[in-house]
Design a protein around this ligand. Structure first.
Ligand SMILES: *[C@@H]1O[C@H](CO)[C@@H](O)[C@H](O)[C@H]1NC(C)=O
Ligand SMILES: *[C@@H]1O[C@H](CO)[C@@H](O)[C@H](O)[C@H]1NC(C)=O
Length: 437
């Protein structure tokens, strides 16, 4: 990761004024000191600029009154809100094990609060403003794709592995941490660390079983679980300052790390894998806001061709690696999901999706066309915020809005973008999947 120099906006020096959450997607290895310093940002003042609607507190109060009906708040605890005494050996009449178990690995695209928990970050509104009505540690105004997947499977949202209070692991564990890379050492919780955390969690669970105790996930749960992986965006982003051929040369090592993770999970009994490719990085406002000499690298939809070409190369190699594993792991389901096709379509066909400005961040600075400024990002004192209900793809220049995540998830759930063409729901109860490659 070469020190994790961000490709973003050419700015490497990081004065500790605003809390730039986008860094957790792009910048690997952010020092804890910097994180803590960044936390001490001033609450937003007035003066919101063109996009401004209301300071977060006011906006929160307004939206809070509207849709309590959606009652998302309870969602996180969900079925897990019941009293938990699983660890007591003599616990009588245990609840039946969850039908759905998901172990998720990834970066901020699927981090449901791990980064906030581990860093002790006090993430504030407007993060979470649209759905949860409070910040949950997700870098979005609402739900992530993984949340919609959980909803579709009628299981509670996943608890972050490192969330000490209120975590419920009966339906799985979320090891994803914002900023994570597949490349070891590229970030504090790179994929190898997440894998080791899972190995630890599994070993500890087996130890408890041997002691006659009941861990939240039993032997059968580990075997039956769906292992979801969504990582690679930070690795690619960190290399994009290099000439394209050098970026391409880095891809095999990133893919190999994901492949190794699948192999290790498999050797410990995992059989159902659901792996997301990376998105259209060249359509993200953060990338588009990087100063450029001219617009020669922009495609017909205004996205950066080079970034998107790198993303497609990565996806092609990842899909090929998964194809190889499929030949070997004949008793496993290995599903690759073409997130690039889904996310690029969202930009290219944005009007069909009811989106007016596909390349502009909702929460950022500077107004159109991108509303993104590396030094005045979302959560900084000067952020400019779009209206609640405005249908934009990008929440903060890097992460998607709840509205966009909902569209992406709906497409993921069709199975139409999967290789092989199966739905994630079909994996839940299957014991053995035909491996037709
Ligand atoms: C836009 O939508 C049309 C019709 O659904 C589809 O054929 C086309 O592939 C989409 N474009 C992109 C870039 O995904
Ligand atoms: C799995 O099986 C259970 C029990 O038969 C059923 O209630 C559930 O709906 C099934 N889940 C899916 C996603 O098919």
């Amino acid at each position: 990761m070469n020190g994790g120099a961000a490709a973003g906006s050419g700015g490497k020096a990081a004065p500790a004024a605003p809390l730039r959450l986008q860094h957790y997607l792009v910048m690997a290895g952010v020092a804890a000191a910097v994180v803590l310093a960044c936390l001490r940002y001033a609450p937003p003042a007035a003066g919101y600029g063109l996009l401004a609607v209301a300071p977060p507190a006011e906006a929160a109060a307004r939206i809070g009154a509207v849709a309590v009906a959606r009652a998302a708040d309870g969602g996180e605890a969900g079925a897990g809100a019941a009293v938990r005494d699983d660890l007591t050996p003599a616990a009588p009449a245990p609840e039946p094990a969850s039908a759905v178990v998901i172990f998720n690995f990834g970066d901020s695209n699927s981090d449901t609060g791990g980064m906030a928990a581990v860093n002790g970050m006090n993430i504030n509104l407007p993060e979470g403003r649209t759905f949860f009505r409070r910040p949950t540690g997700r870098l979005s105004d609402g739900r992530l794709v993984i949340d919609f997947i959980c909803e579709s499977l009628h299981t509670p949202y996943l608890s972050p592995y490192l969330k000490a209070l209120g975590a419920d692991f009966r339906n799985g564990v979320n090891f994803a941490i914002g900023g994570s890379t597949a490349t070891p050492g590229g970030s504090p919780f790179s994929l190898d660390v997440q894998l080791h955390q899972w190995l630890y969690f599994r070993a500890r669970s087996m130890e408890m079983i041997n002691l006659g105790q009941r861990p939240p996930i039993d032997r059968e749960g580990f075997r039956r679980a769906i292992y979801t992986i969504d990582i690679g965006q930070n690795d690619l982003s960190a290399y994009m300052h290099l000439p394209f051929e050098q970026v391409v040369a880095k891809i095999p090592a990133i893919v190999a790390q994901i492949k190794y993770t699948i192999e290790t999970l498999y050797s410990h009994g995992a059989r159902k894998f659901w792996i997301h490719g990376t998105g259209a990085l060249g359509c993200l406002p953060q990338k588009l806001a990087i100063p450029r000499d001219d617009d020669a690298d922009l495609d017909a939809h205004g996205c950066l061709k080079t970034y998107n070409a790198a993303a497609r190369r990565f996806n092609a190699q990842l899909a090929a690696a998964i194809g190889q594993l499929r030949q070997r792991m004949v008793d496993a389901a290995l599903v690759f999901v073409d997130m690039y096709a889904i996310k690029y379509d969202l930009v290219a066909n944005h009007t069909a999706h009811g989106i007016a400005r596909p390349l502009m961040a909702c929460c950022g600075y500077g107004g159109p066309p991108y509303n993104y400024n590396h030094f005045k990002a979302c959560m900084s004192a000067e952020m400019q915020l779009c209206d609640v209900g405005a249908r934009l793809i990008s929440w903060d220049g890097v992460h998607f809005t709840e509205a966009a995540n909902a569209i992406v998830a709906a497409k993921v759930l069709t199975g139409d973008y999967s290789t092989p063409r199966v739905t994630i729901a079909s994996l839940v109860n299957s014991t053995l999947l035909p491996n037709d490659g």
